[in-house]
Design a protein around this ligand. Structure first.
Ligand code: HEC
Length: 180
């Protein structure tokens, strides 16, 4: 190959590369769409990016057992609390997986075990059952209680809300556990 021919090939390669970059840049320019800073559809309590949850500096107060509160819990009030969950979960018999897994019969069920739902590794490998106390801890601060969960929900601060919603979920089962 003489040097003239080599130069021709080199030029052709260079031009192709430039064209390619040019088209890509043009594409970026034409298709650049600014993402809105906030999503238009907001549901209270939902954390949009679970990896960006601020580290809390407060000293954590140990949760006490939910058992005494369950004895006087209201299934009806729990149904109202569940409205916060219903954007992501169905709880009725035969309900399907939504953003979160179907919750019919969740009390005492194996954690992370609904067929066909793609759990985070954290939940899929947790290896326990949803006892009342596990639910209590998880629903208090999901992302803190189970590091790596993809349930983007801030949690239920009030003990009473957790007791009521746990009683409500317990009632949504073929075999509800007696609460008293
Ligand atoms: C923004 C959507 C969202 C909201 C709101 C939400 N969850 Fe979830 N939930 C999820 C996702 C996603 C998972 C699966 C988490 C994982 O794989 O780490 C989950 C998992 C669960 C599980 C474990 C189920 C199983 O099969 O092991 C329970 C129990 C639960 N959620 C209860 C609740 C309750 C009660 C509320 C309301 C107080 C609630 N969630 C609110 C998305 C949500």
């Amino acid at each position: 190959m003489d040097s003239f021919e080599f130069n021709k090939i080199a030029a052709a390669v260079l031009i192709t590369a430039l064209l390619f970059i040019g088209i890509k840049e043009l594409g970026n320019f034409v298709y650049k769409v600014d993402k809105p800073k906030k999503s238009a559809y907001k549901v209270e309590g939902i954390v949009e990016n679970t990896s960006k949850v601020k580290k809390e500096t407060k000293i954590e107060v140990q949760l006490t057992s939910i058992k005494p509160l369950l004895a006087s819990a209201s299934i009806e009030a729990g149904g109202k609390v569940f409205k916060k969950c219903a954007a992501c979960h169905s709880v009725n018999k035969g309900g399907v997986n939504k953003i979160g897994p179907a919750l019919w019969g969740v009390v005492n069920r194996k954690i992370g075990a609904v067929e066909g739902f793609k759990y985070s590794t954290a939940m899929a490998t947790y290896g326990k059952n949803w006892s009342f106390e596990e639910l209590n801890g998880f629903l208090h601060k999901p992302m803190k209680y189970m590091k790596g969960t993809k349930m983007g929900f801030i949690g239920l601060k009030k003990d009473k809300d957790r007791a009521n919603v746990i009683a409500y979920m317990n009632s949504k089962s073929d075999a509800p556990v007696p609460l008293k």
